[in-house]
Design a protein around this ligand. Structure first.
Ligand code: ZN
Length: 452
């Protein structure tokens, strides 16, 4: 449903401001709306007067036809009477119903479930995706642990790490790493230093941190080894490299990187070498071979099941009687790997001159690309068009030509993208996005000023 243009009172300074409100989130019609809700970008408002920013309180109806989910939410701070609530929610629910063809109007639509808080709404939506409250709570507990680790006094931190060692896992490490990367690009140098120090302490002192550090060092070392080998690659050199690995961790790293060349011939040659040895050397080489075999098989299996899944998706699309419906259904599964598989199929059909197959594959490809394009929220599509412009002048011209699309939501989307790029300020894209944001903000402010 299109957002409605309305006037609200800024929750902070009370000045009336124009704003766009989305009150019906219909995932069936606009898959991007769910993401906007979960990322807190839905009904995001920034007051041009006082700079306040946040989510506007508004009655919402959330509908996901695939999950048969119909939720309603009225923020308590709106202080609406039960009759007023009923009236507003009734109207919004009716919009959902009206948008559905009669055959899709099922029983769950008659029993909307009310949620009492904005957080409750997100929890219900995530729960339908199989993300339970317990998982969310665990995630929250981990975030809190990371905050505690960052905020701890430097002298007290080692003791805290020791005390919480059992709870510090790869998630916690990833989280603290992400905070450190994001802080590194920001103005607040003192904070960035504090996070960096915290991250180093956690890696240096926790069990999981030490383990990750070792694995990373082994990966780096394995990559260097293979690079040297790459200059004059042959089977004997690879066997020599793997058999002289200083640790089983290095063997795992080598296999993870070079699994494609660690084939039957490699293991055969390795076994020949092994059989010429005796005693502890033979034991050492056997352990290395077993570890390498295990890792290569693990990677191959993961690759294979990914390929099978992908090929299965392609087959079901190719055979679907209703191609458009099939594409819509499988769109979320169409990864880069999927397109690689599709291209490979096309390639083979062309080689074998299978005209029917070529035609069907081409049709699927064209429709998929168009559907992917359309699945982008309109704001992001506009951002992409702007990035496609040759230079800032062209971009400015595009902005001027499409004033109706330069909305608060659009500027909010741009701002979010600029924020995402903050950790990499040196990238040309980051600077470019920032200039686009400036241009768009200027144009929007101007439009508001002139009342257009
Ligand atoms: Zn304000």
């Amino acid at each position: 449903m299109p957002p409605i243009q309305t006037t609200i009172k800024c929750p902070s300074c009370g000045t009336p401001q124009p704003a766009l409100l989305e009150q019906v989130i219909d995932v069936g019609r606009d898959p991007g709306s769910k993401t906007r809700l979960l990322q807190g970008r839905l009904n995001f408002f920034q007051c041009p007067g006082c700079g306040f920013q946040g989510m506007l309180a508004s009655p919402l109806v959330y509908h996901d036809p695939l999950k048969e989910l119909l939720l309603t939410f009225v923020p308590p701070e709106l202080r609406l009477s039960p009759i007023e609530q009923e009236k507003i929610l009734g109207g919004l629910t009716q919009q959902v119903l009206n948008a559905l063809p009669p055959e899709q109007r099922k029983g769950y639509l008659l029993r909307p479930q009310a949620v009492l808080t904005a957080q409750g709404l997100m929890e219900r939506v995530l729960e339908a995706d199989g993300i339970t409250k317990e998982m969310l709570e665990e995630q929250r507990a981990k975030s809190k642990l990371v905050r505690d680790l960052v905020d701890a006094e430097p002298d007290a931190r080692p003791a805290l790490i020791q005390e919480q060692d059992g709870r510090i896992d790869s998630d916690v490490l990833a989280l603290i790493g992400a905070i450190a990367r994001s802080a590194a690009g920001k103005e607040d140098k003192a904070f960035a230093e504090k996070v960096l120090k915290a991250r180093d302490d956690v890696y240096r002192l926790s069990t999981a941190g030490k383990r990750a550090q070792t694995q990373k060092e082994e990966m780096d070392a394995a990559a260097r080894d293979l690079e040297v080998l790459g200059r004059e690659f042959n089977l004997d050199a690879l066997v020599k490299l793997v058999s002289s690995a200083p640790s089983l961790d290095r063997v795992t790293a080598l296999a993870a990187l070079a699994w494609q060349v660690m084939d039957y011939a490699f293991f055969q040659r390795f076994t020949e070498t092994l059989e010429k040895t005796v005693g502890s050397e033979r034991e050492r080489l056997t352990a290395i071979r077993d570890r390498a075999l295990e890792e290569v098989q693990r990677v191959q299996q993961a690759m294979q099941s990914e390929m099978n899944l992908t090929a299965g998706v392609l087959q079901s699309i190719l055979q679907a009687p209703d191609l458009d419906a099939a594409i819509e259904e499988h769109l979320p599964e169409c990864s880069d790997l999927f397109f690689a598989v599709l291209e490979a199929n096309l390639e083979s059909a062309r080689r074998n001159k299978q005209e029917n197959a070529i035609q069907r594959l081409e049709e699927v490809k064209a429709k998929l690309l168009a559907a992917l394009e359309n699945s982008l929220p309109p704001e992001l599509r506009f951002v992409r068009d702007l990035l496609g412009a040759e230079n800032d002048e062209q971009a400015q011209k595009l902005l001027a030509e499409r004033p109706a699309e330069v909305t608060d939501n659009f500027v909010a989307a741009l701002r979010a993208t600029v924020k995402d790029l903050e950790p990499t300020p040196q990238e040309p894209l980051a600077a470019r996005m920032k200039r686009l944001l400036d241009l768009a903000e200027k144009q929007l402010a101007m439009a508001k000023f002139t009342g257009k």
